[in-house]
Write a protein that binds this ligand. Structure first.
Ligand SMILES: Cc1cc2nc3c(=O)[nH]c(=O)nc-3n(C[C@H](O)[C@H](O)[C@H](O)COP(=O)(O)O)c2cc1C
Length: 323
């Protein structure tokens, strides 16, 4: 069985992936948040900064992801990324945000199978790297996904990751395991399941329902509970070890933002995002998040966070609330 960390824009950047792999681990590959391709000939180095070898520790297998509906632009970007040493590149055809979908990118391209066909005709000629795809069930319905799969089946892909929701669902409602089963059965590539795995119990029921699937991608669940990948693999940590690991993780992420962002308010805002996930397991009544949201200075922020992390029973294995 393989477990992958899903890309989450603004969260799973190099510093986060490095710290996660070093402190928690249990993940076979980390997918990076998407980089949107641009039409200009010259690719700015700043755009690809998150993928540079100097920012990514050797132990961390990363898979860069591109968002594009232009085969030519994708080839150029992917070629440059491949030259940096990355051997798998992922194509995002699952992003559900209207800003993206209305341009027929992300999940928006799922309603236009002819565009997918001509994109892959261009991209798949003499592929030096493994091309994988991350998709949804369809933009509007599972039928769309099935039409897309007929096309994906014609190309030499390294695998297909399916988030078991449609694009119009965004992140609401529940995953549709029946539609996932139909789409994965129609896929001749290796399939990875993605969507709503939040606990090891939840993983067990999904994996028992999908016996043919060996690869799973964890997103929000693994950010809320960084012990989840190991819990799924059957390894547990003592409560004291968990708090120690959380403290170390928090310290590294905070240190990174202190050096890369200017202004304490800006840093506090970024750390709020971090806590919006972790607090699902530490904040029973929502008070912690309320306090963190009000912080504008690092002194007040650290006072609140230390109160949490100084308490040996701050971590709860079961999620305390849904977000
Ligand atoms: C804030 C946020 C940012 C995301 N950014 C990306 C992204 O850059 N690329 C991508 O393929 N999916 C992105 N996703 C989707 C996740 O990778 C994943 O498919 C989705 O959250 C479902 O998995 P989960 O239920 O395990 O979280 C994002 C999701 C969220 C909530």
């Amino acid at each position: 069985m393989k477990l992958y960390l899903a890309p989450l824009q603004g969260m799973t950047t190099a510093c986060y992936r490095n710290a996660y792999a070093r402190i928690f681990g249990g993940i076979d590959a980390y997918y990076s948040p998407f980089i949107a391709t641009a039409d200009n000939e010259r690719i700015s180095r700043a755009l690809l900064k998150d993928l540079l070898p100097e920012h990514n520790e050797d132990r961390v297998k990363i898979v860069p992801q591109l968002l594009s509906n232009s085969g030519e632009a994708f080839r150029r970007f992917a070629g440059t990324i491949y030259e940096m040493g990355h051997t798998e590149i992922n194509w995002n055809i699952g992003c559900p945000f209207p800003m993206v979908t209305k341009k027929k990118k992300g999940a928006g391209i799922l309603s236009h199978p002819h565009m997918i066909q001509s994109f892959l005709d261009t991209v798949c000629e003499n592929l030096p790297y493994s091309l994988t795809v991350k998709m949804r069930l369809g933009m509007n319905s599972g039928e769309e996904g099935l039409r897309v799969m007929e096309i994906l089946n014609q190309y030499p892909l390294g695998g297909v990751i399916i988030h078991a929701r449609t694009g119009v669902q965004m992140y609401s409602g529940s995953v549709d395991l029946e539609a996932f089963e139909a789409l994965s059965a129609a896929c001749r590539h290796q399939v990875t399941y993605n969507g709503d795995i939040f606990t090891s119990g939840g993983f067990t029921s999904i994996s028992e329902r999908l016996p043919a699937v060996n690869n799973f991608m964890l997103g929000r669940g693994a950010l809320r509970d960084p012990f989840l990948p190991w819990a799924i693999r059957g390894k547990t940590f003592s409560p004291a070890d968990k708090v120690h690991m959380l403290r170390e993780f928090h310290g590294e992420i905070l240190q990174y933002y202190k050096t890369s962002l200017s202004g304490e308010k800006h840093i506090c805002d970024k750390m709020k995002e971090f806590w919006s996930y972790i607090s699902v397991h530490t904040d029973r009544d929502g008070k912690l998040m309320k306090k963190i949201k009000k912080c504008h200075s690092l002194i007040s922020y650290l006072e609140i966070v230390n109160q949490v992390l100084d308490s040996p029973d701050c971590w709860n294995d079961t999620p305390l609330r849904s977000i």
